[in-house]
Design a protein around this ligand. Sequence first.
Ligand code: ARG
Length: 562
Amino acid sequence: MNYKNAFIDVLYDQLKDHLDKSKLNSMIEKPKYDNMGDLAFPCFELAKIFRKPPHDIALELTKEITLPNIFQNVEAVNGYVNVFLNKEEASSLIVNKVISNKEKYGDINIGNKEVITIDFSSPNIAKPFSMGHLRSTVIGNALALISEKVGYRSIRINHLGDWGTQFGKLIVAYKMWGDEQKVKENPIKELLKLYVRFHDEAEQDEKLNDQGRQWFKKLEDGDEEALELWRWFRDESLQEFSKIYELLGVNFDSTQGEAFYNDKMDSVVQLLEEKNLLEESDGAKVVDIEDDFPPCLIKKRDGTTLYATRDLAAAIYRQDTYKFVKSLYIVGNEQTLHFKQLFLVLDKMGYKWHEGLKHVSFGMMLKDGRKMSTRKGKVVLLEDVLNDAINLAKNNIVEKNPTLASKENVARQVGTGAVIFHDLKNYRLNDIEFSLEDMLRFEGETGPYVQYTYARASSILSKGDYQESKEKVNITDVEAWTIIIKLNEFPDAIKRAYEGNDPTQIAKYVLEIAKAFNKYYGSVRILDDHDQKQARLSIVHSVQIVIEEGLRLLGIEAPDEM
Ligand code: ARG
């Protein structure tokens, strides 16, 4: 419920000759102290118009306005008109609104069903799924869910890194040292080993790199042997990746990776040519951008294409196919220059829609202060990391509840929820420290803490024999007020998350409401028999609805019991 609007309406009634509603909206403040009311309207600007001291104006307004039910009192204080909410009335209205809308509470229509494409996850074939890809997956998935919540249609695209010179190198390495059986047993580990060995040996033997380039050229030219190996590497990798997506509960509308654009690049190069944007540089073809940026490389000397060429083709293809109004790329901040170049080239090509493109970048995942990388030969597989989290969740949390059914599934929900929440509670541009122990703590700002609060709410509702009703309940608890205010703020948190591409807004929100709820639970006897019981349970129910939906928007499940 927007009680600010109610206040705007009454002020507008009195002041419409001087101020419009959006001006009023921008003027209304929150009083410094709670005991001064819930909203305040300053009369200082009006003093110039009416040629009267601000406090006199405040006094007059206070006398003239007719308060709607939602407010119980109005006062003039030091040149402000302060209104006090009728907390019982407001509480009842807000709780009723949450309960009658359920998971649709907080839906806002900003998007009008228009399309946002979200390019996220996008791991590289034949390489391990890295921490950076995990961050991209988790942030991108949340942003897709959030854009849908505000009325967009999201198209989730996994722009697989399945094309490029590295596949030429991998083919050469496999043909020289590869063992089919071993690759089948352990595709990512084996392929990475081959790739690493290739790089080691190429340091001694420059010819290897040439061979790698030649095989990539063959691949781009459609050579059957090259294609067959490539397809096999790709399939094996995808199978590995899909285990991770399954654990996380993430899916895609398209897994058209870089290779998909192989036959779409000629026309892009031709377009660039026609628009007179291509220049020769050392035998290669580049687009010159601006003084402060290096030129964007489009075609190498040997005629093969690059990451940027494929991204150009992809952007144009996506605009043609989906007619997106916005297009997000969830990629680490080490690719900032790449995306600046890409967007500037599209601008130079005259595509107005380039304005809808946005690189949503993020910081690194650190372990003991250092970048978590796949060191030579020694691979940390992300699937193992997730399984560690799930096992820890099982031992530390789930196993401690002897009556719990479906332990495996709850352990998965809690383990992955912990990893996801840990990522999303940190503002995406910050680097974050990876610590499974911290993520899985019950106390403090963790996923399990929020999930546990949800489970507690569910259990109170079933113990209390809660009767859901569409009728307005009468809430008289003052202790509940912090919760009520939070419930009312959910749509704002969603809006902020959408506008800033910032799921952290929702992570913080669910933490705050969980804290407020646990405090309330500690100070009020909800389940004792008294005339407040159904009203209190309806607050519990609202909290349960909002936490479940908040977690859902982050890509986290909420088990009823844990
Ligand atoms: N595969 C790339 C990498 O791992 C990320 C791709 C991001 N998406 C894009 N359209 N460039 O670095």
